[in-house]
Design a protein around this ligand. Structure first.
Ligand SMILES: *[C@@H]1O[C@H](CO)[C@@H](O)[C@H](O)[C@H]1NC(C)=O
Ligand SMILES: *[C@@H]1O[C@H](CO)[C@@H](O)[C@H](O)[C@H]1NC(C)=O
Ligand SMILES: *[C@@H]1O[C@H](CO)[C@@H](O)[C@H](O)[C@H]1NC(C)=O
Ligand SMILES: *[C@@H]1O[C@H](CO)[C@@H](O)[C@H](O)[C@H]1NC(C)=O
Ligand SMILES: *[C@@H]1O[C@H](CO)[C@@H](O)[C@H](O)[C@H]1NC(C)=O
Ligand SMILES: *[C@@H]1O[C@H](CO)[C@@H](O)[C@H](O)[C@H]1NC(C)=O
Ligand SMILES: *[C@@H]1O[C@H](CO)[C@@H](O)[C@H](O)[C@H]1NC(C)=O
Ligand SMILES: *[C@@H]1O[C@H](CO)[C@@H](O)[C@H](O)[C@H]1NC(C)=O
Length: 313
Protein backbone atom coordinates (compact mmCIF):
# COMPACT_ATOMS: atom_id res chain seq x y z
CA UNK A 1 0.00 0.00 0.00
CA UNK A 2 2.80 2.37 0.87
CA UNK A 3 4.22 2.15 -2.61
CA UNK A 4 0.83 2.78 -4.27
CA UNK A 5 -0.39 5.95 -2.50
CA UNK A 6 -2.52 7.22 -5.42
CA UNK A 7 -4.67 4.05 -5.63
CA UNK A 8 -7.60 4.00 -3.19
CA UNK A 9 -7.61 0.91 -0.90
CA UNK A 10 -10.89 -0.46 -2.29
CA UNK A 11 -9.63 -0.37 -5.88
CA UNK A 12 -6.34 -2.02 -4.93
CA UNK A 13 -8.20 -4.78 -3.12
CA UNK A 14 -10.37 -5.40 -6.20
CA UNK A 15 -7.24 -5.53 -8.35
CA UNK A 16 -5.65 -8.10 -6.04
CA UNK A 17 -8.82 -10.15 -5.91
CA UNK A 18 -9.02 -10.12 -9.70
CA UNK A 19 -5.43 -11.27 -9.99
CA UNK A 20 -6.11 -14.02 -7.45
CA UNK A 21 -9.11 -15.26 -9.40
CA UNK A 22 -7.12 -15.12 -12.60
CA UNK A 23 -4.32 -17.19 -11.03
CA UNK A 24 -6.87 -19.69 -9.71
CA UNK A 25 -8.36 -20.02 -13.18
CA UNK A 26 -4.91 -20.56 -14.70
CA UNK A 27 -4.05 -23.20 -12.11
CA UNK A 28 -7.30 -25.10 -12.60
CA UNK A 29 -6.92 -24.89 -16.38
CA UNK A 30 -3.36 -26.17 -16.15
CA UNK A 31 -4.52 -28.98 -13.90
CA UNK A 32 -7.30 -29.88 -16.34
CA UNK A 33 -4.85 -29.88 -19.27
CA UNK A 34 -2.42 -32.01 -17.32
CA UNK A 35 -5.13 -34.51 -16.41
CA UNK A 36 -6.29 -34.94 -19.98
CA UNK A 37 -3.52 -37.27 -21.25
CA UNK A 38 -3.01 -40.83 -20.04
CA UNK A 39 -0.02 -42.83 -21.28
CA UNK A 40 0.27 -46.58 -21.49
CA UNK A 41 2.23 -49.31 -23.18
CA UNK A 42 0.82 -52.06 -25.39
CA UNK A 43 -0.30 -55.03 -23.29
CA UNK A 44 -0.64 -53.10 -20.05
CA UNK A 45 -3.72 -52.18 -18.06
CA UNK A 46 -4.73 -48.54 -18.10
CA UNK A 47 -7.39 -46.53 -16.28
CA UNK A 48 -9.05 -43.51 -17.86
CA UNK A 49 -10.42 -41.20 -15.14
CA UNK A 50 -13.94 -39.87 -15.36
CA UNK A 51 -15.12 -36.46 -14.20
CA UNK A 52 -17.58 -37.60 -11.56
CA UNK A 53 -17.54 -39.75 -8.46
CA UNK A 54 -20.86 -41.19 -7.29
CA UNK A 55 -21.45 -40.20 -3.64
CA UNK A 56 -21.98 -43.05 -1.19
CA UNK A 57 -25.57 -41.89 -0.68
CA UNK A 58 -26.36 -42.75 -4.31
CA UNK A 59 -25.71 -45.63 -6.68
CA UNK A 60 -25.03 -46.20 -10.36
CA UNK A 61 -28.80 -46.83 -10.72
CA UNK A 62 -29.39 -43.07 -10.67
CA UNK A 63 -27.00 -42.46 -13.56
CA UNK A 64 -26.28 -42.96 -17.20
CA UNK A 65 -22.60 -43.18 -18.05
CA UNK A 66 -21.22 -43.13 -21.56
CA UNK A 67 -17.60 -43.83 -22.32
CA UNK A 68 -17.06 -42.87 -25.93
CA UNK A 69 -14.11 -42.68 -28.22
CA UNK A 70 -13.49 -39.81 -30.61
CA UNK A 71 -17.12 -38.67 -29.95
CA UNK A 72 -18.47 -41.27 -32.39
CA UNK A 73 -17.99 -44.80 -31.01
CA UNK A 74 -19.47 -45.94 -27.72
CA UNK A 75 -16.89 -48.03 -25.92
CA UNK A 76 -19.00 -48.83 -22.86
CA UNK A 77 -22.29 -47.45 -21.55
CA UNK A 78 -24.32 -47.96 -18.38
CA UNK A 79 -27.91 -46.97 -17.71
CA UNK A 80 -29.60 -47.48 -14.36
CA UNK A 81 -26.81 -49.77 -13.29
CA UNK A 82 -26.85 -52.05 -16.36
CA UNK A 83 -24.47 -52.32 -19.25
CA UNK A 84 -26.38 -51.07 -22.25
CA UNK A 85 -23.68 -51.06 -24.87
CA UNK A 86 -20.48 -52.77 -25.68
CA UNK A 87 -18.04 -52.37 -28.48
CA UNK A 88 -16.78 -55.37 -30.44
CA UNK A 89 -13.15 -54.30 -30.40
CA UNK A 90 -13.27 -53.52 -26.68
CA UNK A 91 -15.24 -56.62 -25.72
CA UNK A 92 -13.77 -58.40 -22.69
CA UNK A 93 -11.07 -55.76 -22.44
CA UNK A 94 -12.97 -53.08 -20.52
CA UNK A 95 -14.42 -52.62 -17.04
CA UNK A 96 -15.77 -49.59 -15.30
CA UNK A 97 -15.40 -48.78 -11.64
CA UNK A 98 -18.94 -48.31 -10.37
CA UNK A 99 -17.99 -45.56 -7.92
CA UNK A 100 -15.51 -43.26 -9.59
CA UNK A 101 -16.46 -44.39 -13.13
CA UNK A 102 -12.85 -44.97 -14.21
CA UNK A 103 -12.69 -46.96 -17.46
CA UNK A 104 -10.12 -49.74 -17.32
CA UNK A 105 -8.73 -51.20 -20.52
CA UNK A 106 -6.58 -54.33 -20.48
CA UNK A 107 -4.64 -55.33 -22.47
CA UNK A 108 -4.15 -52.02 -24.25
CA UNK A 109 -3.68 -52.05 -28.05
CA UNK A 110 -2.17 -49.48 -30.39
CA UNK A 111 -5.62 -49.01 -31.94
CA UNK A 112 -6.89 -47.79 -28.56
CA UNK A 113 -4.93 -44.58 -29.13
CA UNK A 114 -7.10 -41.49 -29.31
CA UNK A 115 -9.43 -39.10 -27.56
CA UNK A 116 -12.01 -40.52 -25.14
CA UNK A 117 -14.90 -38.85 -23.44
CA UNK A 118 -16.77 -39.61 -20.26
CA UNK A 119 -20.36 -38.30 -20.18
CA UNK A 120 -22.31 -38.61 -16.94
CA UNK A 121 -26.06 -37.98 -16.68
CA UNK A 122 -27.97 -37.86 -13.40
CA UNK A 123 -31.51 -39.30 -13.60
CA UNK A 124 -34.28 -37.38 -11.81
CA UNK A 125 -37.71 -38.59 -10.74
CA UNK A 126 -39.17 -36.56 -13.57
CA UNK A 127 -37.19 -38.74 -16.00
CA UNK A 128 -35.35 -35.63 -17.14
CA UNK A 129 -31.68 -36.27 -17.13
CA UNK A 130 -29.14 -33.66 -16.23
CA UNK A 131 -25.63 -33.81 -17.63
CA UNK A 132 -23.39 -33.79 -14.59
CA UNK A 133 -20.17 -33.64 -16.52
CA UNK A 134 -18.60 -34.31 -19.90
CA UNK A 135 -14.84 -34.52 -20.01
CA UNK A 136 -12.33 -35.55 -22.64
CA UNK A 137 -9.24 -37.62 -21.88
CA UNK A 138 -6.64 -38.68 -24.42
CA UNK A 139 -5.04 -42.10 -24.34
CA UNK A 140 -1.53 -42.28 -25.69
CA UNK A 141 -0.32 -45.83 -26.27
CA UNK A 142 3.30 -46.66 -27.05
CA UNK A 143 4.93 -49.94 -28.04
CA UNK A 144 8.58 -50.75 -27.37
CA UNK A 145 10.96 -51.02 -30.28
CA UNK A 146 13.38 -53.90 -30.48
CA UNK A 147 17.00 -53.17 -29.61
CA UNK A 148 18.56 -51.72 -32.79
CA UNK A 149 20.48 -54.25 -34.86
CA UNK A 150 23.52 -52.87 -36.69
CA UNK A 151 24.99 -54.75 -39.65
CA UNK A 152 27.92 -53.74 -41.83
CA UNK A 153 28.58 -55.05 -45.30
CA UNK A 154 31.90 -54.44 -47.04
CA UNK A 155 31.29 -53.15 -50.57
CA UNK A 156 34.76 -52.27 -51.67
CA UNK A 157 38.14 -52.47 -50.08
CA UNK A 158 41.43 -50.85 -50.91
CA UNK A 159 44.66 -50.29 -49.05
CA UNK A 160 43.61 -46.84 -47.79
CA UNK A 161 40.00 -47.55 -46.86
CA UNK A 162 37.18 -50.06 -46.54
CA UNK A 163 33.92 -48.94 -48.08
CA UNK A 164 30.91 -50.26 -46.16
CA UNK A 165 27.14 -50.08 -46.14
CA UNK A 166 26.04 -49.90 -42.51
CA UNK A 167 22.42 -50.63 -41.67
CA UNK A 168 20.58 -50.15 -38.40
CA UNK A 169 17.12 -51.61 -37.93
CA UNK A 170 14.55 -51.81 -35.19
CA UNK A 171 10.97 -53.06 -35.38
CA UNK A 172 7.57 -53.42 -33.80
CA UNK A 173 7.30 -50.07 -32.01
CA UNK A 174 4.89 -47.20 -31.82
CA UNK A 175 4.65 -44.26 -32.49
CA UNK A 176 6.83 -43.39 -35.49
CA UNK A 177 10.36 -43.11 -34.08
CA UNK A 178 13.33 -40.89 -34.68
CA UNK A 179 16.60 -42.56 -35.60
CA UNK A 180 19.89 -40.89 -34.77
CA UNK A 181 23.49 -41.93 -34.73
CA UNK A 182 27.07 -41.14 -33.83
CA UNK A 183 30.48 -41.95 -35.26
CA UNK A 184 33.10 -41.91 -32.51
CA UNK A 185 30.68 -39.81 -30.42
CA UNK A 186 30.18 -37.27 -33.21
CA UNK A 187 26.52 -37.21 -34.18
CA UNK A 188 25.55 -38.05 -37.75
CA UNK A 189 22.39 -38.65 -39.75
CA UNK A 190 21.09 -41.97 -41.00
CA UNK A 191 19.35 -42.21 -44.33
CA UNK A 192 16.13 -43.36 -42.66
CA UNK A 193 13.07 -45.18 -43.93
CA UNK A 194 9.95 -46.25 -42.06
CA UNK A 195 7.47 -49.03 -42.77
CA UNK A 196 4.03 -49.34 -41.22
CA UNK A 197 0.78 -50.87 -42.42
CA UNK A 198 -1.20 -47.84 -41.25
CA UNK A 199 -0.81 -44.76 -39.07
CA UNK A 200 -2.01 -46.89 -36.12
CA UNK A 201 0.23 -49.92 -36.71
CA UNK A 202 3.67 -50.82 -35.41
CA UNK A 203 6.58 -49.23 -37.24
CA UNK A 204 9.76 -50.78 -38.56
CA UNK A 205 12.61 -48.34 -39.01
CA UNK A 206 15.85 -48.73 -40.95
CA UNK A 207 18.79 -46.37 -41.20
CA UNK A 208 21.42 -46.69 -43.89
CA UNK A 209 24.86 -45.17 -44.19
CA UNK A 210 27.71 -45.46 -46.67
CA UNK A 211 31.03 -45.23 -44.91
CA UNK A 212 34.65 -45.01 -45.95
CA UNK A 213 36.46 -46.54 -43.02
CA UNK A 214 40.11 -45.51 -42.88
CA UNK A 215 40.66 -46.62 -39.27
CA UNK A 216 38.66 -48.54 -36.64
CA UNK A 217 35.57 -46.53 -35.79
CA UNK A 218 32.71 -46.90 -33.31
CA UNK A 219 29.16 -46.44 -34.61
CA UNK A 220 26.04 -45.91 -32.50
CA UNK A 221 22.41 -46.18 -33.54
CA UNK A 222 19.63 -44.77 -31.35
CA UNK A 223 15.89 -45.18 -31.84
CA UNK A 224 13.77 -42.65 -29.96
CA UNK A 225 10.00 -42.71 -29.44
CA UNK A 226 7.89 -40.73 -27.02
CA UNK A 227 10.68 -40.06 -24.54
CA UNK A 228 12.11 -43.57 -24.67
CA UNK A 229 15.40 -44.42 -26.37
CA UNK A 230 17.14 -47.64 -27.29
CA UNK A 231 20.63 -47.77 -28.73
CA UNK A 232 23.31 -50.15 -29.90
CA UNK A 233 27.00 -49.59 -30.67
CA UNK A 234 29.31 -51.48 -32.95
CA UNK A 235 33.03 -51.22 -33.60
CA UNK A 236 33.74 -51.13 -37.32
CA UNK A 237 37.17 -52.50 -38.13
CA UNK A 238 39.14 -51.57 -41.19
CA UNK A 239 39.22 -55.12 -42.53
CA UNK A 240 42.20 -55.20 -44.89
CA UNK A 241 45.73 -54.93 -43.57
CA UNK A 242 47.37 -54.25 -46.88
CA UNK A 243 50.90 -55.57 -47.52
CA UNK A 244 51.56 -52.85 -50.11
CA UNK A 245 52.09 -49.95 -47.67
CA UNK A 246 54.74 -51.98 -45.83
CA UNK A 247 56.75 -52.60 -49.09
CA UNK A 248 58.45 -49.19 -49.52
CA UNK A 249 60.14 -49.31 -46.08
CA UNK A 250 61.34 -52.90 -46.66
CA UNK A 251 62.67 -51.85 -50.08
CA UNK A 252 64.62 -49.08 -48.38
CA UNK A 253 65.93 -51.54 -45.83
CA UNK A 254 67.04 -53.87 -48.62
CA UNK A 255 68.87 -51.08 -50.50
CA UNK A 256 70.38 -49.75 -47.28
CA UNK A 257 71.54 -53.14 -46.17
CA UNK A 258 72.90 -54.02 -49.64
CA UNK A 259 74.83 -50.72 -49.66
CA UNK A 260 76.21 -51.61 -46.25
CA UNK A 261 77.11 -55.08 -47.48
CA UNK A 262 78.82 -53.64 -50.62
CA UNK A 263 80.79 -51.18 -48.48
CA UNK A 264 81.69 -54.01 -46.14
CA UNK A 265 82.85 -56.17 -49.03
CA UNK A 266 84.84 -53.26 -50.45
CA UNK A 267 86.41 -52.73 -47.05
CA UNK A 268 87.30 -56.39 -46.85
CA UNK A 269 88.89 -56.41 -50.34
CA UNK A 270 90.84 -53.26 -49.55
CA UNK A 271 91.86 -54.71 -46.23
CA UNK A 272 92.89 -57.94 -47.95
CA UNK A 273 95.35 -55.90 -50.01
CA UNK A 274 96.94 -54.07 -47.07
CA UNK A 275 96.35 -56.28 -44.05
CA UNK A 276 98.88 -59.04 -44.86
CA UNK A 277 101.77 -56.50 -44.41
CA UNK A 278 100.50 -55.50 -41.00
CA UNK A 279 99.97 -59.13 -40.12
CA UNK A 280 103.49 -59.88 -41.28
CA UNK A 281 105.02 -57.04 -39.30
CA UNK A 282 103.50 -58.62 -36.22
CA UNK A 283 104.16 -62.22 -37.09
CA UNK A 284 107.57 -62.09 -38.65
CA UNK A 285 108.86 -65.42 -37.55
CA UNK A 286 112.42 -66.73 -38.07
CA UNK A 287 111.33 -69.37 -40.58
CA UNK A 288 111.17 -69.94 -44.34
CA UNK A 289 109.14 -66.78 -45.02
CA UNK A 290 111.49 -64.50 -43.09
CA UNK A 291 113.27 -62.97 -46.09
CA UNK A 292 110.06 -62.34 -47.96
CA UNK A 293 108.43 -60.89 -44.85
CA UNK A 294 111.34 -58.58 -44.26
CA UNK A 295 111.22 -57.46 -47.85
CA UNK A 296 107.53 -56.83 -47.62
CA UNK A 297 107.93 -55.02 -44.34
CA UNK A 298 110.58 -52.79 -45.81
CA UNK A 299 108.55 -51.77 -48.82
CA UNK A 300 105.83 -49.49 -47.37
CA UNK A 301 108.12 -46.81 -45.87
CA UNK A 302 109.91 -46.64 -49.26
CA UNK A 303 106.74 -46.23 -51.24
CA UNK A 304 105.49 -43.59 -48.81
CA UNK A 305 108.76 -41.72 -49.24
CA UNK A 306 108.35 -41.92 -53.00
CA UNK A 307 104.83 -40.61 -52.88
CA UNK A 308 105.79 -37.81 -50.54
CA UNK A 309 108.64 -36.92 -52.93
CA UNK A 310 106.37 -36.97 -55.98
CA UNK A 311 103.79 -34.88 -54.19
CA UNK A 312 106.40 -32.35 -53.15
CA UNK A 313 107.57 -32.17 -56.77
C1 LIG B 1 -11.06 -45.10 -9.04
O1 LIG B 1 -11.05 -46.25 -8.20
C2 LIG B 1 -10.03 -47.19 -8.49
C3 LIG B 1 -10.23 -48.41 -7.62
O2 LIG B 1 -10.83 -48.10 -6.42
C4 LIG B 1 -8.68 -46.54 -8.27
O3 LIG B 1 -7.64 -47.44 -8.57
C5 LIG B 1 -8.56 -45.33 -9.17
O4 LIG B 1 -7.34 -44.64 -8.92
C6 LIG B 1 -9.72 -44.37 -8.93
N1 LIG B 1 -9.65 -43.33 -9.94
C7 LIG B 1 -9.85 -42.04 -9.65
C8 LIG B 1 -9.75 -41.10 -10.79
O5 LIG B 1 -10.13 -41.67 -8.52
C1 LIG C 1 -15.53 -62.58 -24.27
O1 LIG C 1 -15.63 -63.50 -23.20
C2 LIG C 1 -16.72 -64.41 -23.35
C3 LIG C 1 -16.79 -65.25 -22.08
O2 LIG C 1 -15.53 -65.57 -21.60
C4 LIG C 1 -16.48 -65.26 -24.60
O3 LIG C 1 -17.53 -66.13 -24.78
C5 LIG C 1 -16.36 -64.32 -25.81
O4 LIG C 1 -16.05 -65.06 -26.96
C6 LIG C 1 -15.30 -63.29 -25.58
N1 LIG C 1 -15.32 -62.35 -26.68
C7 LIG C 1 -14.22 -61.99 -27.32
C8 LIG C 1 -14.40 -61.04 -28.46
O5 LIG C 1 -13.11 -62.40 -26.99
C1 LIG D 1 -11.93 -39.24 -35.16
O1 LIG D 1 -13.00 -39.32 -36.04
C2 LIG D 1 -12.88 -38.52 -37.21
C3 LIG D 1 -14.17 -38.61 -38.02
O2 LIG D 1 -15.00 -39.57 -37.53
C4 LIG D 1 -11.68 -39.02 -37.99
O3 LIG D 1 -11.49 -38.21 -39.13
C5 LIG D 1 -10.46 -38.94 -37.11
O4 LIG D 1 -9.35 -39.48 -37.79
C6 LIG D 1 -10.68 -39.71 -35.83
N1 LIG D 1 -9.54 -39.51 -34.96
C7 LIG D 1 -8.99 -40.48 -34.30
C8 LIG D 1 -7.82 -40.10 -33.46
O5 LIG D 1 -9.40 -41.63 -34.34
C1 LIG E 1 20.48 -58.59 -37.13
O1 LIG E 1 20.22 -58.62 -38.51
C2 LIG E 1 20.88 -59.69 -39.20
C3 LIG E 1 20.62 -59.52 -40.68
O2 LIG E 1 19.32 -59.14 -40.96
C4 LIG E 1 20.37 -61.02 -38.67
O3 LIG E 1 21.06 -62.06 -39.29
C5 LIG E 1 20.64 -61.07 -37.17
O4 LIG E 1 20.10 -62.26 -36.64
C6 LIG E 1 20.02 -59.89 -36.48
N1 LIG E 1 20.41 -59.88 -35.07
C7 LIG E 1 19.53 -59.69 -34.10
C8 LIG E 1 20.08 -59.71 -32.73
O5 LIG E 1 18.34 -59.51 -34.33
C1 LIG F 1 32.08 -41.41 -26.02
O1 LIG F 1 31.54 -40.73 -24.91
C2 LIG F 1 31.40 -41.54 -23.77
C3 LIG F 1 30.75 -40.74 -22.68
O2 LIG F 1 30.40 -39.46 -23.09
C4 LIG F 1 32.78 -42.05 -23.32
O3 LIG F 1 32.63 -42.90 -22.21
C5 LIG F 1 33.41 -42.80 -24.48
O4 LIG F 1 34.70 -43.19 -24.12
C6 LIG F 1 33.47 -41.93 -25.71
N1 LIG F 1 33.97 -42.72 -26.83
C7 LIG F 1 34.80 -42.23 -27.74
C8 LIG F 1 35.20 -43.17 -28.81
O5 LIG F 1 35.18 -41.06 -27.72
C1 LIG G 1 18.76 -42.57 -49.11
O1 LIG G 1 18.24 -43.80 -49.61
C2 LIG G 1 17.45 -43.65 -50.77
C3 LIG G 1 16.89 -45.02 -51.12
O2 LIG G 1 17.79 -46.04 -50.88
C4 LIG G 1 18.30 -43.08 -51.91
O3 LIG G 1 17.51 -42.88 -53.04
C5 LIG G 1 18.87 -41.73 -51.46
O4 LIG G 1 19.74 -41.24 -52.44
C6 LIG G 1 19.64 -41.91 -50.15
N1 LIG G 1 20.07 -40.60 -49.68
C7 LIG G 1 21.28 -40.36 -49.20
C8 LIG G 1 21.53 -38.99 -48.70
O5 LIG G 1 22.13 -41.23 -49.13
C1 LIG H 1 8.62 -55.38 -39.36
O1 LIG H 1 9.64 -56.29 -39.01
C2 LIG H 1 9.17 -57.54 -38.51
C3 LIG H 1 10.37 -58.31 -38.04
O2 LIG H 1 11.47 -58.13 -38.85
C4 LIG H 1 8.42 -58.24 -39.65
O3 LIG H 1 7.94 -59.48 -39.17
C5 LIG H 1 7.26 -57.36 -40.08
O4 LIG H 1 6.59 -57.95 -41.18
C6 LIG H 1 7.74 -55.98 -40.47
N1 LIG H 1 6.59 -55.12 -40.68
C7 LIG H 1 6.40 -54.44 -41.81
C8 LIG H 1 5.20 -53.57 -41.85
O5 LIG H 1 7.20 -54.50 -42.74
C1 LIG I 1 36.47 -43.96 -50.30
O1 LIG I 1 37.85 -43.74 -50.38
C2 LIG I 1 38.43 -44.17 -51.60
C3 LIG I 1 39.93 -43.97 -51.50
O2 LIG I 1 40.25 -42.99 -50.58
C4 LIG I 1 37.82 -43.38 -52.75
O3 LIG I 1 38.35 -43.86 -53.95
C5 LIG I 1 36.32 -43.60 -52.74
O4 LIG I 1 35.70 -42.80 -53.75
C6 LIG I 1 35.74 -43.23 -51.41
N1 LIG I 1 34.35 -43.58 -51.41
C7 LIG I 1 33.41 -42.80 -50.86
C8 LIG I 1 32.02 -43.34 -50.91
O5 LIG I 1 33.67 -41.73 -50.35
Amino acid sequence: MACLPTVPPALALRKWLGLGLFLLLCLSLGYALEKKVVKSKVGEKVGLPCCHEIPSSESLHNYRVYWQKNTTEVVLAYAEGKKISKHERYENRTEMNTTNLTLWISPVEILDNGPYQCVVQHLRFSQNSVVVCDEPVTLFVTADFSKPNITAEVVNTSCESTEMVVKCSSHGGFPKPKISGALNNVSMLWNASWVSESSLSPYNVTGELWLNVTKDISITCTVEYDGFAKSTSLLLKKTNDCVVPTVPPSYNVITASSIIIIIFLLAITLAARYLPRHVCSHCCKPQDSVEEGVKECMKPPVSSKVTSETSSV
